[in-house]
Ligand binder design. Sequence first.
Ligand SMILES: C[S@@+](CC[C@H](N)C(=O)[O-])C[C@H]1O[C@@H](n2cnc3c(N)ncnc32)[C@H](O)[C@@H]1O
Length: 228
Amino acid sequence: MKIKDNIADEFSEFSKNYTHDMIGCVPHYLKLMSCFTETLPKVFNPENILDLGCGNGNVTSKLLQIFPDANYTLLDASQEMLNLCQQQFKDYKIEYVTSYFQDHDFKTAGYDLIVAGFSLHHCDSEEKKVLFKEINRSLKKGGIFSCTDLMISKDSPKHSKLLEDWKVFVDSNFPDGKKWDWLMEHYNEFDKPDDFKDQIVWLQDAGFRNIEITTKEDYWMHLQAVKD
Ligand SMILES: C[S@@+](CC[C@H](N)C(=O)[O-])C[C@H]1O[C@@H](n2cnc3c(N)ncnc32)[C@H](O)[C@@H]1O
C-alpha cells in the first residue's frame, strides 16, 4: 500500500481493513480501546460526547454499549471513515463532521466527554497545545478528556528501542515485512508523537486537573483528565 498525499486520503485508504490492521500494527490496541469505558468514574452519565478522529468508530462503539442514549459528535478528516461509522450507527443520535481538528469550530462548554483514540499523534506539538485548549474550552466544568496514543517523542533516546520492539510485534503478525515497511513510511510522513510528560504539562496549562495515565504499556498509553 502506497502512502497518500494527506491524512484524509491516507485514512480513507487505510479504512478498508482498518480494525484488522490496527490490531496487527498497534501493540495493546484492544486493551487500550477498553480503557475508554473502564477508566471512567462509576457515577458518570454524559449527555454529549465528542469523538475526535473517530476513524471507523471503534471508540464510539465501546461508548455506545454503556451510553446508548447520549448525543454523539463524530469528527474525522476522512469521509470514508465517517461513512463506515454512518453504516454501523444508524440507530443512535449521532452528528457527523468531516473536518480537520485545526479547522473545526469547537463549541464552548458543549460536551461532558471528549475522546481521542490514536488520533492526536497526527498533530505536532504546537497543534496539540492549541487543541488541548480547545478541548478544555469545549468541555463542561467537570467534563472528562480521555485519550489513547503512542506517547514518546521521536527525539527520545528510548525511541530507537521502541521501534525495534514495535517491528518485532508487527512482523509477528505480518511476516513478509511489507506491512512494517508501509507502516514506517506512514509513521515518518504523518505521525508526530510527543512524550507523555510534555503532554501532561500542556494539559495542565490548558486548564485540566486530575491528569492520570491510567494505562501504560511501554509508550502505548491511555490518559484521562478532568476540566477544572
Ligand atoms: C489511527 S486512526 C484512529 C481511529 C479511531 N479513533 C481508533 O482509535 O481506532 C486516526 C484517525 O484520525 C483522523 N485524523 C488524523 N489527523 C486528523 C486531523 N488533523 N483532523 C481530523 N482527523 C484526523 C484520521 O483520518 C483517522 O481516521
